[in-house]
Design a binder for this molecule. Structure first.
Ligand SMILES: [Zn+2]
Length: 536
């Protein structure tokens, strides 16, 4: 007996039939696409998938069928697009690109190709203490590094931190990192820092600093000049140079001499500005009045400044490096993107230090969106209002994590976007084993809120593949582990077990539990009810 379908099930069956037809069509499309763009050898065999060994330096390679976030001026997003890399540069971006013979083909189907991310402020020398200060405030950080233990770091400890941090950066798709290196007590420390940066196949900027002396002291030393001449005279775009120091606000402005050295060397200055309890508007005003605020100046945190300081920054063209995770936990001030947006001050992102957080710009993008939106809602609720539209968008934080960093560092002509002729610093986010990689509907949102460092499939720096199929390529992680262990051993022995444990576990302030008028104390089984409040 055949039962006629009930009317209510008809639309459902129609839907199933439509979906089936569409799926069949999609499968056919994929087959056609594969045949057209991946012509196999005669006999119909498919070429074997590319391995890391096929991606030897100098061999051209192409990403096929990616969603490409170009981050060019118009923020073009290209779908099912190819990116061809020859030598150190991006040769072409387009669809079904014709490629030179011998080009290795990376299947980027289902993935996102974006510019390599750029971190404009990371104290790389502290990475050997990874996670140690997870429960610190900024005060505890200052006491530990500035007053108590920063001095016991030897050149090899700076080397260990930098080596590990540099590898960590490229593994997470951060192709350019500013090493805010303020532990350079001697030039030997500085040489060790640069030795490590040169060993890692990433793009770096050494921001030279020394918290054990005033900047007017270390920058005047002949050996400092000699170091800069020795290590930075080659015009190498893989390793840039900045000077890193903070301005105390002392009316005598002793930092003036260091600014003059920076000007003389043509070195940008990066400074922790607007840090609660440490630096404030006075430092900005002194810089401005003395003519040291330039478009290459980077103001790290810039969180507790007044409108006057933001105006001075905006008018002189400098940029802010926002470390949201750091500002939220350590207490430099509320992450200031909401104020920077109001003043149209350019923004880049940074992770600050791995003594708390990892060097992962996905979390920087995510927390920056969260902090900006969270504040906007909170302020609105205080006015009995509702935010119906978010100001800060996922697209904006992806820009800050890539192009924004390149602009801040004056490297915009070189990196920060995927355009023909630029250096090939880029990342493929793809993870076929992850349920989070599909559907890929909103690529900016996907990068900011869905992807994470484990999804970084391929990383290219200066045309060289440094990570492929989720594994580092040509990087000696075992060596980084070995030197890090030696540094940890050295620091543990210097501190002793008690200071080591105290440093890692600061006291927790007492929490007063509030009196609760609804607290009942007695359960009456007979009536199955709570009886008697503490307030009664
Ligand atoms: Zn910092």
């Amino acid at each position: 007996m055949t039962v006629a379908p009930r009317p209510a099930t008809l639309p459902f069956m129609l839907l199933v039939s439509v979906i089936r037809t569409r799926v069949r069509l999609r499968v056919e499309e994929v087959k056609v696409m594969t045949a057209a763009t991946h012509p196999g050898p005669p006999g119909g065999e498919q070429p074997a998938p590319v391995t890391a060994a096929d991606l030897s330096p100098g061999r051209p390679f192409v990403f096929r069928h990616a969603t490409v976030l170009t981050m060019d001026d118009a923020h073009h997003v290209r779908h099912n697009a190819d990116v061809l890399i020859t030598g150190e540069r991006i040769a072409e971006v387009g669809t079904d690109l014709q490629v030179p013979e011998g080009t290795a083909e990376i299947d980027a189907t289902g993935g996102i190709v974006m510019p390599g991310m750029i971190d404009t402020h990371r104290h790389m020398w502290q990475t050997a203490m990874r996670g140690y200060g997870a429960d610190w405030t900024l005060t505890q950080y200052f006491v530990w590094y500035y007053l108590q233990w920063g001095k016991v770091f030897r050149p090899q400890d700076v080397y260990a931190g930098n080596l590990l941090s540099g590898i960590e950066a490229i593994e997470a798709g951060v192709t350019t990192t500013v090493d805010w290196s303020h532990g350079l007590q001697t030039v030997e420390h500085a040489d060790a820092a640069v030795d490590a940066l040169e060993e890692v196949p990433g793009r770096f900027v050494l921001a030279y600093g020394n918290i054990q002396q005033g900047p007017w002291e270390w920058s005047a030393a002949p050996e400092f000049r000699d170091f800069v001449n020795r290590r930075f005279s080659g015009g190498n775009d893989m390793l840039g140079f900045q000077m890193a120091f903070d301005i105390t606000g002392d009316p005598a402005f002793p930092e003036k001499a260091a600014f003059e050295v920076a000007r003389d060397l043509g070195a940008p200055v990066t400074t922790h500005a607007g840090v609660w309890g440490a630096t404030n508007d006075d430092g900005i005003r002194l810089m401005h009045e003395n003519g040291f605020m330039t478009p290459s100046s980077i103001y790290v945190h810039a969180a507790t400044l007044t409108r006057d300081s933001y105006h001075r920054i905006a008018a002189t063209g400098g940029s802010a490096s926002v470390s949201t995770e750091s500002e939220q936990s350590a207490g430099q001030g509320y992450p200031p993107t909401w104020q920077l947006r109001e003043h149209s001050i350019p923004v880049s992102l940074s992770m600050d230090t791995s003594v708390w957080w990892s060097g992962d710009l996905f979390s920087a993008m995510r927390t920056t969106l969260g902090a900006d939106r969270s504040r906007e809602h909170l302020e609105a609720h205080g006015r009995q209002e509702t935010v119906t539209h978010c100001h800060l968008r996922a697209e904006q934080v992806v820009d800050w994590a890539t192009r924004g960093g390149a602009k801040a560092l004056g490297l915009d002509a070189l990196t920060g976007s995927i355009e023909a002729g630029k250096k090939a610093d880029l990342v493929l986010i793809k993870n076929d084993g992850s349920p989070v990689m599909f559907p890929l509907l909103n690529p900016y949102g996907h990068v900011a809120f869905q992807a994470q460092r484990g999804d970084v499939h391929t990383v290219v720096v200066n045309g060289r593949v440094v990570k492929y199929a989720n594994r580092l390529v040509g990087v000696d992680l075992a060596k980084a582990r070995h030197v890090t262990e030696q540094t940890v051993e050295h620091l543990m022995s210097k501190l002793g077990p008690e200071a080591w444990a105290e440093g890692m576990h600061p006291e927790v302030p007492e929490t007063k539990v509030l009196d609760n008028p609804y607290t009942y104390t007695e359960w009456d089984a007979g009536s199955a009810q709570w009886k008697g409040s503490t307030r009664e």
